[in-house]
Design a protein around this ligand. Structure first.
Ligand code: F3S
Length: 752
């Protein structure tokens, strides 16, 4: 295990450390003394402190040391801006940034890419220069979708990766744990802090039998999504095992892991097998495959490992499925789909079929899809629906261009889009239907929530395998089951489409295509990070001010929020995402969705200094201008929802000192601490009701100490002041964050 094998062909000096992983695992084994799941093995072998860590599934918090970090271009902006403010010369953990989310599909690959480069120039320039400065690999627009690039170049069995995108789990197809996280977590790991994860439960999925005919790997996850629903995987890692895993291609396993995000799972993983070895070899990483074979015993579950929940699927009996509309867990087997269309009144005509995306754009997917298109064309038929193809990477595009599948798709009537997310993330200038017009589309993507693809709430979006997408475009209707229904050829003769066939890997090897990678330069000292001072999309972050060492008195309550206050209420998404790299601009959405307990309205609060009502961000800005810190009073589970770091950055930026609630969602609570704010909870939740929005409060910050309560002195407008006891969960290190103004300030101080 002491071999020196590089993690990737793109970097030098980052070796796969099976030796250390094995040692860590040995320590944990001697403590637990029981068979382990693959999930546990990978997590425990990345523990920061294998001797001392508590290890109870579903309960303990694990401090982990991931091998890599990956960010996509939308989430990377704030992550990099924050990292810069720590003042470190380079990232402490190997990291990459991928330009894939900002390219709109209009007329086809090259034109759309050129337009995106123009529109997003300042964002791309910022990302390119900051990556060069801080030693981060940069994949330019056109290189492909983050998860495909990770699988092709960076994933390796047994590794732990975090990525700022929900479908990061795709890399589970190469036997690693790859977890989607918020930007704040990525920044921590880039800056050498351990990454914290609640020890997940493990859902085992035992596969038996073998796929055949029209059934594809995608159908496994479509079936699992139907069983577990969109919430069933929450707090768990889905681990596949059993003889059925042996027959799946590596990229097919990646598809299954990718879409595991739709059931809320932390991630999904497959055990190392020969198909992974083949894929590593085909992507010029045979040495890694050989090394994994040496460590193979620890790259699968132990005999007798226990799962918190067990699902069994016999692949030989599995039918192709179509899931949707509007939710990825509404699973219908193809044999029942026609009836479901009729019963539910879903629009029967298929307007658009879309294949590709990070979920399903492997060489195997493309080859199988092309075989169906060829079969149709051999009978004189072309696509009846609009048909689009999104290659997942430049390597896939170049390879299918060389091997002919791309030409087949074009002859069949398809439009080949840029190697990017495109319609999957709503980057689609769709023209064939009007907004509000009910219609159906079928894609090989993973997510089909209302409006996701085309912003039309009346679009019925279904997800399925690329095979079924193409078959349905031949028929142009949802009322078609290619397994049983005949089509008419150009002469009116009936025929059945042949089941798809296709190679898993290209016999001539992959064609890398255009060079789209920017390695960090050897001399990074002279690199200037490009941010225009007049930009409205990007803004350099100024370090937050350190605490003044005093108690805070006479603070106004910016808002007493009532009921659910999610991170979406605190920092709304949608059009605001344009400003995710510009803290001051995006702060104009701060708490605009929260409900003011005083009037039951959103975004209307009284300014304590003027008596006038205004929008929440405006009132906060007015306090900030006047040098008055403020607090927010919140209800139960404040800050639930996605772990958006902007929800913690914005109140800090606009001058907030404390968020005082009945309870917090844990990630948001930690995020607030990281930004130097005080997340505090009422010792007696009933005290929430004793505080009125117009009261002033004193907060005795000097009382902050590990495990000690703090005092909030409430000063009602007309009445006696009274004290309320507050709880807090700060540890020693986190108290330093507060004192220094933020976690990053603390790191910057330590780095000096
Ligand atoms: Fe992109 Fe859609 Fe995948 S947004 S990363 S192609 S899920």
């Amino acid at each position: 295990l002491s071999r020196k094998v590089e993690m990737t062909n793109w970097e030098k000096g980052h070796y796969i450390n099976y030796q250390k992983m094995s040692e860590n695992l040995g320590i944990v084994r001697s403590r637990l003394n029981k068979p382990l799941t693959l999930t546990e093995k990978i997590l425990y072998s990345h523990l920061d402190d294998p001797h001392g860590a508590e290890l109870e599934r579903g309960k303990s918090y694990l401090k982990l040391r991931p091998d890599r970090v990956a960010c996509q271009d939308a989430t990377a902006q704030m992550a990099l801006l924050q990292f810069m403010s720590a003042g470190m010369p380079s990232v402490a953990t190997p990291s990459t940034v991928h330009c894939d989310h900002l390219i709109e599909a209009q007329v086809g690959g090259p034109t759309d890419l050129a337009r995106a480069k123009d529109i997003n120039k300042e964002v791309y320039d910022f990302l390119a220069t900051s990556c060069a400065k801080y030693n981060i690999g940069f994949w330019r627009p056109g290189s492909g979708i983050i998860h495909q690039i990770i699988l092709e170049n960076y994933a390796f069995p047994g590794a732990l990766l975090i990525g700022t995108d929900s479908h990061t789990p795709n890399a589970g197809g190469l036997g690693m744990l790859a977890v989607g996280v918020g930007g704040a977590d990525a920044v921590d790991v880039m800056a050498d802090l351990p990454w914290e994860l609640k020890a997940p439960k493990v859902i085992g999925v035992r596969l038996t039998g073998e796929l055949s005919g029209w059934t594809a790997p995608k159908d496994i996850i479509l079936k699992v999504a139907g069983i577990l629903t969109v919430k069933g995987g929450t707090g768990a890692i889905v681990e596949y095992f059993g003889p059925g895993t042996e027959s799946l291609s590596c990229t097919g396993m990646a598809t299954i892991c990718n879409m595991g995000a739709e059931i809320g799972a932390t991630t999904s993983v497959f055990p190392f097998n020969d198909r992974m070895y083949d894929y590593l070899a085909a992507t010029k990483r045979k040495e890694i495959g050989d090394f994994s074979r040496v460590y193979a015993k620890e790259l699968r579950e132990d005999e007798g490992a226990e799962y918190d929940q067990l699902i069994e699927i016999n692949l030989s009996e599995l039918e192709p499925h179509i899931n949707g509309p509007f939710t990825p867990d509404l699973a219908t087997p193809i044999s029942k789909f026609k009836d479901a269309v009729k019963e539910n009144g879903w629009p029967e005509e298929l307007k658009v079929g879309l294949i590709g995306s990070c979920t399903n754009s492997s060489y195997e997917d493309m080859s199988r899809a092309a075989s169906i298109a060829e079969d149709a064309m051999a009978h004189g038929l072309k696509t009846k629906s609009i048909f689009t193809v999104t290659p997942g990477s430049e390597q896939i595009r170049a390879t299918i261009a060389r091997d002919g599948q791309l030409k087949t798709f074009e002859e069949y009537g398809g439009m080949v889009l840029a190697n990017a997310c495109g319609p999957c993330i709503g980057q689609w200038d769709r023209k064939d239907v009007k907004k509000g017009e009910p219609n159906s589309i079928v894609s090989s993507y993973n997510r089909n929530f209302t409006g996701r693809n085309d912003a039309n709430p009346a679009t019925h979006a279904f997800v399925t395998s690329p095979d079924l997408v193409v078959a349905m475009t031949v028929a142009g209707t949802l009322n078609f089951n290619p397994l049983t229904d005949k089509l008419k050829d150009k002469d009116g003769n009936e025929f059945l489409l042949k089941p798809p066939t296709g190679l898993g890997l290209p016999t001539q090897g992959f064609d890398a295509g255009e060079d789209t990678y920017q390695a960090p330069p050897a001399d990074r000292s002279s690199v200037q990070v490009a941010v225009s001072p007049t930009s409205d999309r990007l803004q350099i972050l100024e370090p937050f001010q350190a605490w003044n060492g005093k108690d805070a008195t006479d603070l106004p309550i910016l808002i007493k929020a009532q009921g659910k206050t999610t991170t979406d209420h605190i920092s709304m998404a949608g059009p605001w995402l344009k400003y995710r790299g510009h803290l001051d601009n995006i702060s104009n959405n701060m708490l605009i969705g929260a409900i003011n307990s005083e009037n039951g309205e959103a975004n209307k609060v009284k300014n304590a200094t003027t008596g006038e009502y205004g929008a929440v961000p405006d009132v906060a800005r007015d306090y900030k201008k006047k040098g008055i810190p403020w607090v927010v009073i919140g209800d139960w589970n404040y800050g639930e929802g996605s772990s958006r770091e902007h929800a913690a950055l914005e109140p800090r930026h606009l001058g907030g000192l404390a968020i005082i609630t009945r309870s917090f969602a844990r990630i948001h609570e930690t995020n607030l601490k990281k930004q130097g704010m005080l997340p505090l909870t009422f010792a007696d939740p009933a005290d929430y009701d004793r505080i009125q929005p117009e009261d002033k409060v004193d907060l005795l910050c000097t009382e902050l100490a590990v495990g000690k309560p703090m005092t909030l002195r409430v000063k009602p407008k007309d009445g006696q002041s009274f004290d309320v006891k507050l709880q807090q969960t700060f540890n020693e290190g986190q108290i330093e964050w507060f004192k220094n103004g933020s976690a990053l300030n603390t790191m910057a101080k330590a780095a000096k």
